[in-house]
Design a protein around this ligand. Structure first.
Ligand SMILES: NC(=O)c1ccc[n+]([C@@H]2O[C@H](COP(=O)([O-])OP(=O)(O)OC[C@H]3O[C@@H](n4cnc5c(N)ncnc54)[C@H](OP(=O)(O)O)[C@@H]3O)[C@@H](O)[C@H]2O)c1
Length: 342
């Protein structure tokens, strides 16, 4: 990666977009031009990029000309509108929205799990949901050793997963609740401060929410395991940053917690925090602003045979979105699948 890439960040002013800027600078991603794109509301806004200030420009159909790579972090509707235009202009788009994840022609990539799939891209590569990424990083390593038949996952998802407006809603509501003031939820259907909401995204005919169904579909697509049985309950909790998951895994054959610990200790991007005597286990406050997926509470399931229970936490904006997309681009460049134009 000697030469820099011409890079666009679509949705640069958002939660994930700001993390893209941070991670690009931190990892010294080779950039010869950085174009920050957002809505007309942000036109002209100056954003700090390392020691420089770059002006945001309004995303329009002709905004992507000459770019090698576009990191896309806008709503599903906006991604559907802009990513095909950017791809047609010759850029590779790595999209963090839900727009293309289940499109059979679009690879859905977690570099530690299925990087080879990225080679088939036709201009757009999707990044999975922020709860799917840490889950498959853990499951894939275990599945290689002992086939997984079924999983049950309950998530504890931070408000930052909803976007900047939700962070503000929790920040405003918290002192209001403590002061006994009236709460007026706008982002969520109920008060989020000091509460838990078992409803993320729309509810489907089968009674599961779309967020839960996304975890099922995306896990199967990334791991190439159409027959894996998966049930999820996704819950929004009053945490600012960091998603956690309680995962119950049924294997084909018996496996001990020690074996699971040994396998995951060698898994790329995974760190074990598992010592109950020292009260050591993953927590969102520790996972925040870190790259890795943290795993602990690894134990034998007490009612099911061949089953393990564990707990994980990860930074939903970082590995759950921006970092994962940048790692895809880095690995593509390393493999010679992404080269600067001209
Ligand atoms: N947050 C997470 O944990 C997470 C994880 C994985 C994936 N994602 C996905 O990433 C995407 C972005 O999420 P987020 O949390 O960053 O949302 P966000 O904080 O609400 O940011 C949304 C971004 O979209 C831009 N935008 C809105 N309307 C636009 C338009 N008409 N043209 C161009 N840009 C427009 C906004 O620009 P303005 O500031 O100008 O309005 C802003 O930069 C979503 O699809 C989300 O599902 C999020």
């Amino acid at each position: 990666m000697s030469k820099g890439f011409k890079v666009g960040i679509l949705g640069a002013t958002g939660n994930v977009g700001q993390e893209f800027i941070k991670v690009v600078v931190e990892r010294k991603f080779p950039v010869s031009e950085l174009r920050l794109l957002a809505s007309g509301r942000s036109e002209g806004k100056l954003m700090k990029v390392g020691d420089k200030q770059i002006k945001v420009i309004e995303a329009k159909p002709d905004s992507f000309k000459g770019l090698d790579l576009v990191f896309v972090s806008v709503s599903t509707e906006m991604s559907k509108a802009f990513a095909p235009i950017a791809a047609a202009a010759g850029a590779i788009c790595i999209d963090d929205s839900n727009a293309f994840r289940m499109d059979p022609g679009v690879p859905l990539i977690v570099p530690e799990v299925n990087m080879d799939d990225a080679k088939t891209h036709k201009g757009i590569i999707a990044g999975p949901n922020c709860v799917t990424i840490p889950l498959v990083m853990v499951l894939n390593q275990l599945n290689k050793v002992n086939k997984i038949k079924r999983i049950t996952v309950d998530t504890y998802q931070a408000v930052s997963g909803t976007g900047i407006a939700a962070i503000e809603e929790l920040r405003v509501q918290t002192p209001q609740v403590l002061a006994g003031e009236k709460i007026n939820p706008t982002v969520y259907p109920h008060q989020i401060a000091f509460n838990c909401l078992p409803e993320i995204d729309v509810t489907l005919a089968n009674g599961y929410t779309n967020e839960e169904q996304k975890m099922v579909n995306e896990t199967r697509k990334i791991m190439h395991v159409d027959d894996m049985l998966i049930s999820c309950t996704c819950v929004r909790v009053p945490v600012f940053l960091g998603h956690s998951e309680a995962v119950h895994i049924d294997f084909e054959k018996n496996i001990t917690p020690e074996e699971v610990r040994n396998i995951l200790a060698k898994a790329p991007g995974v760190k074990i925090q598992d010592d109950m005597k020292a009260h050591l286990y993953p927590m969102p406050i520790d996972a925040a602003n870190k790259d890795d997926v943290y795993v602990g509470r690894i134990r034998q399931h007490n009612t099911l045979k061949n089953s393990i229970a564990l707990w994980l936490a990860t930074d939903n904006i970082r590995k759950g979105a921006a970092l994962n997309a940048i790692q895809v681009a880095e690995e593509m460049a390393r493999r010679g699948w992404l080269t600067p134009k001209g």
